[in-house]
Unconditional design. Structure first.
Length: 488
């Protein structure tokens, strides 16, 4: 590594008595903290000078990889470029210094941000109204399912306890249904990767609350039978839920509301650009069609202090609050999304989906002689290979992913979706130039060649990273997450 300090913990760099900060002179006199509130011994804090701290964290940050370092084709995660203007707006002191309980008349600008974003999302999705409260995609799913449950209950329809979810769905779908107290019923996919309508027909009855669909689905394919599925689901009295976590390819192509969906969530951090690696900040606004607005969580916009005082956080009713702690959702993410939408404008927003789709298809077609493509045909923003085409080399998807790191690329999503044994899921996004994409294609071809001529170099990759191949099983079963555990 570029610096000897790499690998040290800040605690290891500590020298007794070193200081990086001193408190200003006391101008206010002494206050004696009651002894029962005082610590018995000093907190174990590292003692370092400022330069040591700055170097330590700067060196660590240089071992990071993000969209701003290089190509990041992590399927399903939409690691698109986050324009700098988003950060400028999110960091404006006029926004960062707001308090959620400020009187309404002092936050009219922020309220305007809510109102404008709600309207923009409604127009983009073809729905009536959005709540901006939920903090992530999964949180949005839960909110949406609570809305659906509240809708059925408002009609006195209490039998509906099942949610139908395709076997290719993102794992959060069944998890959200379970958290909402609903039963998960799986509907099969056809060999072409679409929801199997015949299988669905056998599952529909008056105990079904909703059908959850992801479109394009997890294989990157646009579901072909949505009009028929929506008709069947509505005929049995259930509602259609759209997992819009990956709305990116739909921008400029079609709208969930027009397809017959009743409720949906959008991952703003994916489609509308917020840096979100490593579980970073998100927002999962939920939209509903006309007629369902009354089931949205309250406070789609700001609350008065009187309102806040009356919040019942234990209230399970969907009409209650969904974001405990933050009354108004993840405001900085909402700001970035609105900035992104307004910066691009209507015309350019319509190019996002087609360009993301073009990039994905270009990579897919360029690599399908070397990598096994289980589902042929036009994909949307992403697609899945089932490992290398030549299975005789013994080189796995894991090996390919690790070897990509040696060449300076982030790995694609691997071993998801679970429909194939060697899934390798690639999503380039619309931002990448043809040069970058061609560079990636060349490296993927080179790795396929290495797998034949020198498989050991692929199987033992990565060779250029600070840490070589980690033992996944050991790391999962015996994670070392505390400084003390390392010492021991
Ligand atoms: C990312 C994703 C989710 C979950 O979103 P989070 O913000 O991570 O909770 C749900 N569904 C699909 C299809 C996704 O890609």
């Amino acid at each position: 590594m570029n610096n000897k300090l790499y690998g040290n913990l800040i605690f290891e760099l500590s020298k007794q008595g070193r200081r990086g900060y001193s408190l200003p002179k006391n101008q206010f006199g002494e206050y004696q903290i009651p002894t029962e509130q005082c610590r018995k011994e000093d907190a174990a804090l590292p003692e370092c000078d400022e330069m040591t701290v700055v170097r330590h964290y700067t060196n660590h940050s240089e071992n990071n990889f993000g969209v701003n370092n290089g190509f990041y084709p992590l399927g399903s995660c939409t690691m698109k470029y986050n324009p700098v203007i988003n950060e400028e707006v999110a960091n404006m002191p006029e926004f960062t210094s707001l308090h959620p309980m400020q009187p309404e008349e002092t936050v009219t600008g922020a309220l305007d941000v809510y109102d404008t974003l709600q309207k923009q999302l409604s127009a983009i999705a073809g729905l009536s109204k959005f709540t901006l409260n939920p903090f992530a995609g999964a949180h949005g799913e839960l909110t949406g399912l609570m809305i659906i449950r509240a809708y059925h209950e408002s009609r006195g329809d209490k039998k509906r306890v099942k949610v139908i979810i395709p076997d290719s769905a993102h794992g959060t779908n069944p998890a959200s249904a379970a958290v909402c107290g609903l039963q998960v019923v799986e509907v099969k996919s056809t060999a072409q990767g679409y929801v199997d309508v015949n299988d669905l027909k056998g599952l529909l009855d008056d105990t079904v609350a909703a059908m959850m669909m992801t479109n394009p689905n997890t294989l990157g394919m646009f579901e072909q039978d949505i009009p028929e599925i929506a008709k069947l689901v509505h005929e049995c009295g259930a509602l259609m839920y759209y997992d819009g976590a990956n709305l990116n390819p739909m921008l400029g192509a079609s709208r969930p509301g027009d397809m017959g969906f009743d409720v949906m969530h959008i991952n703003l951090h994916k489609t509308f650009s917020t840096p979100h690696g490593g579980g970073g900040p998100g927002a999962g606004p939920v939209g509903v069609r006309a007629g369902l607005e009354q089931f949205l969580p309250k406070a789609s916009s700001a609350l008065s202090i009187a309102d806040v005082k009356h919040i019942d956080f234990a209230d399970e009713d969907a009409g209650g609050r969904i974001s405990v702690g933050g009354y108004h959702g993840n405001f900085a993410v909402l700001l970035r999304a609105l900035t992104y939408i307004l910066t691009l404008g209507r015309e350019n927003l319509k190019l996002v989906g087609p360009l993301a789709t073009l990039n994905a298809n270009y990579i897919k077609e360029s690599l399908k002689d070397d990598y096994l493509l289980p589902i042929e045909g036009l994909c949307k923003h992403e697609f899945v290979f089932d490992g290398l085409r030549d299975k005789s080399t013994g080189v796995t998807t894991m090996d390919v992913a690790k070897r990509l790191l040696d060449y300076g690329y982030h790995a694609p999503t691997i071993y998801f979706p679970l429909l194939f044994h060697e899934s390798l899921m690639i999503e380039p996004t619309e931002n990448e130039s043809k040069d970058t994409i061609d560079g990636f294609i060349a490296v993927m071809k080179k790795i396929a060649e290495e797998a034949k001529t020198n498989p050991d170099i692929v199987k033992s990759a990565p060779h250029n990273t600070p840490i070589g191949r980690v033992d996944d099983v050991l790391a999962a079963k015996h994670p070392v997450v505390k400084f003390k555990d390392i010492e021991a």
